[in-house]
Ligand binder design. Structure first.
Ligand code: AHM
Ligand code: MG
Length: 331
């Protein structure tokens, strides 16, 4: 597990990555470089997000993204920032992004990694000054090094992720990630331009006081979800829903709770995307001691289909709450 003693709170991300690197003598440093690239793009997007209201770069551009939803200019901007940072860094050979139908080849054919991401999630919140986030998932490629990345690099399944995390552009901007040794959180200090280690070992409470879902969909939820939500209310749990996945997830990670995006009548597969929303957040929650399921199945064990933008229902959070939901679903 992460050696938190050697890396006190206040360590910069750069120094933290260097120390971790030193603890893995056979690691080549490429994954470290990739995390640096993501942090750099995160800083740039943070700047763009903070300026959004000022520079009039918000608002619909008029074109739609792959899922046919209105695309905000800042989404496009964030997509470009991340692609550029990952291309310049050299370790990533291809990117799967919510904003691009096809895989984006970076040209780094000797890069050993691929990244699946939602560069700016919660786009309906951009124009109204509410927290938004970036979600990312990293795999070691299985295609031949020296050639272009292939579909199968992205279709290895949730358990094959070697790192995953998110950037939350909130009241503070934070980078939270896992490389499979627990979960660490860094907080961005704007005036210094640095991420500082603020949360060396994040663990989600086993039980929690919060449930988070879009209750406007109540009549479109399956019976088991309604039954579970009734139980939450009978126990006087608190309802909290930002409508920004990263923000809702982040809050529940700290307070304990459950986030639900169930299948609905209109969206039988749910709304969220398996490869760059459900898998990374599922990997991270398991590393934090929580659980993520699609109903009966554990998210990380759900095999991907050939559709890179496939959707999956998501129930994620405190282990006991998620188990209660599973128990209701199994009845
Ligand atoms: P997006 O990728 O188009 O931004 O949609 C994802 C967002 C999540 O951030 C959020 O949890 C969810 O959609 C909210 O959906 P709804 O408005 O149906 O509650
Ligand atoms: Mg999204």
């Amino acid at each position: 597990t992460e050696n938190t003693l050697a890396t006190p709170v206040g360590t910069t991300l750069e120094r933290y990555i260097m120390r971790k690197q030193a603890e893995f003598p056979f690691a080549t440093g490429e994954l470290s470089q990739l995390l640096r690239d993501i942090a750099l793009a995160g800083k740039i997007v943070n700047r763009d997000v903070n300026r959004a209201g000022l520079s009039r770069i918000t608002g619909a551009m008029g074109n739609n993204n792959v899922q046919g939803e209105a695309q905000q200019r800042l989404d496009v901007e964030a997509n470009i920032r991340f692609i550029r940072a990952l291309t310049n860094g050299g370790e990533c050979c291809a990117i799967l992004s919510e904003e691009n139908e096809e895989i984006v080849q970076t040209g780094n054919e000797h890069g050993k990694y691929v990244v699946a991401m939602d560069p700016l999630d919660g786009s309906s919140n951009i124009d109204v000054n509410v927290s938004i986030g970036t979600i990312f998932s990293i795999y070691r490629r299985v295609s031949r090094i020296g050639g272009p990345a292939r579909l199968e690099d992205f279709l290895q399944g949730g358990r094959a992720q070697i790192a995953a995390g998110y950037v939350l552009y909130g009241s503070s901007t934070m980078l939270v990630y896992t490389t499979g040794h627990g979960v660490v959180g860094f907080t961005y200090e704007t005036s210094l331009g640095e991420f500082f280690l603020s949360h060396p070992a994040i663990v989600i409470p086993q039980q929690g006081p919060v449930f988070s879902c879009n209750e406007g969909n109540w009549f479109d939820y399956p019976e088991f979800v309604r039954t579970f939500l009734m139980q939450c209310k009978e126990r006087r749990l608190t309802a909290r829903y930002v409508g920004s996945l990263v923000a809702d997830y982040h809050r529940n990670l700290f307070t304990g709770g459950i986030y639900l995006y169930p299948p609905t009548t209109a969206k039988p597969g749910g709304k969220l995307r398996l490869l760059y929303e459900c898998y990374p957040l599922a990997y991270l929650i398991e590393q934090a001691g929580g659980l993520a399921v699609t109903g009966a199945d554990v998210v990380l064990d759900v095999p991907p289909t050939a559709d890179l933008h496939q959707r999956a229902p998501l129930f994620v959070g405190s282990a006991e709450l998620v188990r209660e939901l599973q128990a209701v679903a199994a009845r």
